[in-house]
Design a protein around this ligand. Structure first.
Ligand SMILES: Cc1cc2nc3c(=O)[nH]c(=O)nc-3n(C[C@H](O)[C@H](O)[C@H](O)COP(=O)(O)OP(=O)(O)OC[C@H]3O[C@@H](n4cnc5c(N)ncnc54)[C@H](O)[C@@H]3O)c2cc1C
Ligand SMILES: *[C@@H]1O[C@H](CO)[C@@H](O)[C@H](O)[C@H]1NC(C)=O
Ligand SMILES: *[C@@H]1O[C@H](CO)[C@@H](O)[C@H](O)[C@H]1NC(C)=O
Ligand SMILES: *[C@@H]1O[C@H](CO)[C@@H](O)[C@H](O)[C@H]1NC(C)=O
Ligand SMILES: *[C@@H]1O[C@H](CO)[C@@H](O)[C@H](O)[C@H]1NC(C)=O
Ligand SMILES: *[C@@H]1O[C@H](CO)[C@@H](O)[C@H](O)[C@H]1NC(C)=O
Ligand SMILES: *[C@@H]1O[C@H](CO)[C@@H](O)[C@H](O)[C@H]1NC(C)=O
Ligand SMILES: *[C@@H]1O[C@H](CO)[C@@H](O)[C@H](O)[C@H]1NC(C)=O
Ligand SMILES: *[C@@H]1O[C@H](CO)[C@@H](O)[C@H](O)[C@H]1NC(C)=O
Ligand SMILES: *[C@@H]1O[C@H](CO)[C@@H](O)[C@H](O)[C@H]1NC(C)=O
Ligand SMILES: *[C@@H]1O[C@H](CO)[C@@H](O)[C@H](O)[C@H]1NC(C)=O
Ligand SMILES: *[C@@H]1O[C@H](CO)[C@@H](O)[C@H](O)[C@H]1NC(C)=O
Length: 587
């Protein structure tokens, strides 16, 4: 592609990507302190100053490169590239590789794994793209304090990463100092976790590097289970809980925010605070749903535990080549969704392309995984589940490939070794109220048909609300109240790969908000329906209402107490409207 054409396109893009046009990347003056200090600024720390920080951290400060640059240097297998375990261990690596790229600066700064592509000059140095410059591999609260104090004193852009799972790119930032909490691997069990005068009973305190798979194994050994997601390396005490934290067990036990009892947090002034119902209760309110990365650096969090159990897990694969037939399946699914209520089941129902072609049409699959908790018997579970599958069997042009139910130990059923990641993708989402399933099952089916006929490939449904999530409506916390009336969370994924041109990448990034997709979801869910911040589009135009509902103003008030200088700014986070898109300059 001709660069002149590319650049005129980029200046056009900056018109509708507020902030990109006035970044002054690398040139900001800091004269009014309206911008963070970046290399080249007189306020940016000198090499000697960084070396002193490194010494104070006993050498735990490292240079950061993108995952592609890391792999160029050491050589990686495809299995590593696509592994979330590998990506948790490489400080600059994000799970969605697109967040490591800076596609839209002038000139762009990208680094591809397979760099034979010569359309763009590759930049794979320290801090190239949207990768941080330096990372602190924190091993203690003191290491985190050193990082927070240094970033505040030198007016640096600060980023925090636990696993790098974030779908909004909130765990990286260009020219930043990154605090990685991946090494905080402590796990401490308590039979009587007391806050004030309340004994909450069995609980576990986990460091903010402990991954779900580690915790599923550790709690199993204690005969316990907690409310955790279906993922390998998502960190419960990282971004997961600050957003809400949904689980296949949520209809039975609520969200992670309903089960967190305490945080230990380093706040912007460098103090380590104990945050719970009694101490700093305003911050405790905010950190339960007020969004990841906006409050401080979590050192550890304590979660309620339950006696573990067996679950009946049902798996079905439903296929068709006809979009309208998948829409009919979705309508049947919607009609039967309340069948699962009595047993408090959680479910994932994901419509995905298979890549398999049958006479010029691609096979589309709906993968359905249903978890019946609390020792529900195989017979009772099948009785609740099979009416859905039986009715699907009557839909024209549809096949049920696989349909099995089996009893499994719940910690094992939710545990996995790694997540398949390492691609370029963004998503958008809406919480679907329970009421629409009572009134609009056919309209939900029509929504699927329309989305699929319009080229949407991934429509991911999560039945992770209702039940105990609804019953916990009176707990006072920042969580978007749309969760309390929701039945499901519905996600649309848009992806690309390194062969896409920059305008094509821009189009994919905007597809959810600019096309038919978002309108299709809100038509069913309601214009004022909410979205789960952790699985969402960072470009939501009205993010304050969409992500935080009526709680935004109070969240701003709490932030002004604990982070008056806006040290913790992330995409679509509280206070982010005061900053440009990349978080460098006040607007
Ligand atoms: C494969 C996959 C499966 C998923 N499954 C589920 C699921 O079942 N249920 C669910 O609810 N969500 C799920 N998610 C979404 C997940 O909750 C978010 O990606 C979440 O942000 C991950 O948190 P993290 O700390 O592991 O990730 P990171 O990318 O490391 O961090 C995410 C955000 O949290 C902040 N953060 C990280 N560590 C800290 C810390 N120590 N202190 C303060 N802020 C911190 C970061 O700055 C960033 O803003 C899934 C995501 C993926 C990619
Ligand atoms: C930039 O801002 C920081 C933090 O307010 C300040 O310490 C520093 O002196 C400023 N640098 C310049 C060059 O103004
Ligand atoms: C920090 O010090 C360690 C050990 O002395 C060294 O290996 C590392 O490269 C240093 N980090 C930076 C960013 O220079
Ligand atoms: C890079 O190339 C290898 C070998 O051709 C291929 O297997 C892999 O999928 C490619 N990866 C990416 C991210 O392009
Ligand atoms: C840091 O801020 C917290 C919360 O406002 C406050 O309780 C604490 O005393 C402050 N610490 C210092 C050293 O100022
Ligand atoms: C599940 O069964 C086990 C073993 O009998 C028991 O200890 C546990 O309390 C049961 N859990 C529930 C939720 O019924
Ligand atoms: C499926 O179709 C058959 C034949 O028309 C009918 O008897 C049966 O009731 C249908 N089953 C369901 C679950 O709709
Ligand atoms: C079908 O179910 C079995 C048993 O759960 C599982 O091992 C197999 O992988 C499934 N097949 C597909 C295509 O999902
Ligand atoms: C749980 O399931 C296992 C088989 O997966 C079985 O051995 C065990 O007895 C079951 N426990 C309960 C409480 O049902
Ligand atoms: C929807 O219908 C189900 C099943 O009949 C019922 O339990 C539930 O209360 C209804 N919910 C709403 C919001 O109307
Ligand atoms: C596809 O989207 C367009 C608008 O972007 C809309 O007019 C059209 O109705 C959609 N197609 C279907 C099948 O709904
Ligand atoms: C990238 O995506 C395009 C368009 O979907 C596809 O044609 C191409 O095969 C993909 N390339 C790779 C390496 O996967």
């Amino acid at each position: 592609m001709m660069f002149s054409r590319l650049f005129s396109l980029l200046s056009f893009l900056s018109l509708w990507r507020p902030g990109v046009g006035n970044l002054n990347h690398g040139l900001s003056a800091n004269s009014s302190n309206s911008c963070r200090c970046v290399p080249g600024d007189s306020c940016f720390p000198t090499a000697d100053t960084w070396a002193q920080l490194n010494t104070s951290l006993s050498g735990r400060l490292v240079n950061v490169v993108s995952s592609a640059a890391f792999c160029h240097a050491v050589g990686c297998t495809d299995a590593q590239w696509t592994s979330s375990v590998f990506r948790a261990n490489v400080p600059g690596a994000m799970n969605q590789v697109n967040w490591e790229q800076d596609y839209f600066s002038d000139p762009p700064s990208v680094c591809f794994l397979n760099s034979s592509d010569s359309r763009l000059p590759q930049q794979c140095n320290q801090g190239s793209g949207d990768v941080p410059l330096y990372a602190i591999l924190a091993e203690s609260a003191e290491d985190i304090q050193a990082g927070v104090n240094f970033a505040r004193e030198y007016n640096l852009r600060l980023a925090i990463k636990a696993s790098g799972h974030d779908y909004l790119g909130r765990s990286t930032a260009r020219d930043s100092l990154l605090i990685s909490t991946h090494s905080l691997q402590g796990i401490l069990f308590s039979d009587d976790f007391v806050v004030g005068d309340t004994n909450h009973g069995s609980a576990v305190t986990v460091g903010s590097g402990v991954a779900l798979n580690t915790l599923y194994a550790a709690t199993k050994a204690q005969g316990k289970i907690f409310v955790g997601g279906t993922a390998a390396t998502v960190v419960p005490a990282g971004g997961y809980v600050q957003g809400a934290g949904h689980s296949a067990l949520s209809p039975a036990y609520g969200l992670a925010v309903d089960n967190v009892l305490e945080f230990i947090v380093v706040v912007a002034n460098g103090s380590v605070l104990t945050v719970n119902e009694i101490e700093h209760s305003d911050l405790f309110w905010a950190m339960r749903g007020g969004g990841a990365g906006s409050w401080g650096v979590i050192v550890s969090a304590t979660f309620r535990l339950y006696p573990t159990f067996n679950a009946t897990v049902c798996e079905s694969v439903i296929i068709t080549t006809v979009p309208a037939a998948m829409g009919a399946v979705a309508a049947v699914h919607a009609k039967h969704i309340f069948d699962l209520d009595a047993l408090q089941a959680g479910q994932y129902f994901w419509v995905v392309p298979t890549g398999v072609m049958v006479s010029d049409a691609e096979v589309i699959a709906m993968l359905v995984s249903t978890y019946f908790p609390n020792n529900a018997s195989l017979e009772d579970s099948e009785a609740a589940y099979q009416p859905f599958i039986e009715e699907v069997g009557n839909v024209t042009n549809v096949g049920v490939l696989n349909n099995t139910c089996a009893v499994a130990q719940i910690n094992d059923a939710l545990n996995s070794a790694s997540d398949a990641v390492g691609t370029d993708l963004v998503m958008g989402s809406r919480l679907f109220p329970a009421s629409v399933y009572n009134t609009s099952a056919d309209a939900i089916g029509d929504m699927y048909t329309a989305l699929l006929e319009n080229g949407t490939q991934y429509i991911l449904g999560h039945l992770v609300a209702g039940g105990q999530v609804a019953e916990n409506a009176d707990i006072d916390m920042a969580l978007n109240p749309a969760w309390r009336t929701a039945k499901t969370h519905m996600i649309i994924v848009n992806n690309w790969n390194d062969s896409f041109s920059i305008p094509e990448v821009a189009a994919q990034e905007r597809l959810f908000t600019s096309s038919f997709q978002r309108a299709a979801l809100t038509e069913i869910a309601g214009e004022d329906s909410g979205s789960y911040t952790n699985e969402a589009d960072g470009l939501e135009p009205d993010f304050r209402t969409t992500f935080y509902g009526p709680n935004y103003e109070k969240l701003e008030a709490v932030k002004s107490i604990y982070d008056p200088g806006d040290l913790f700014i992330v995409a679509a986070g509280v206070g982010s409207e005061r900053w440009d898109k990349a978080g460098f300059c006040r607007v």
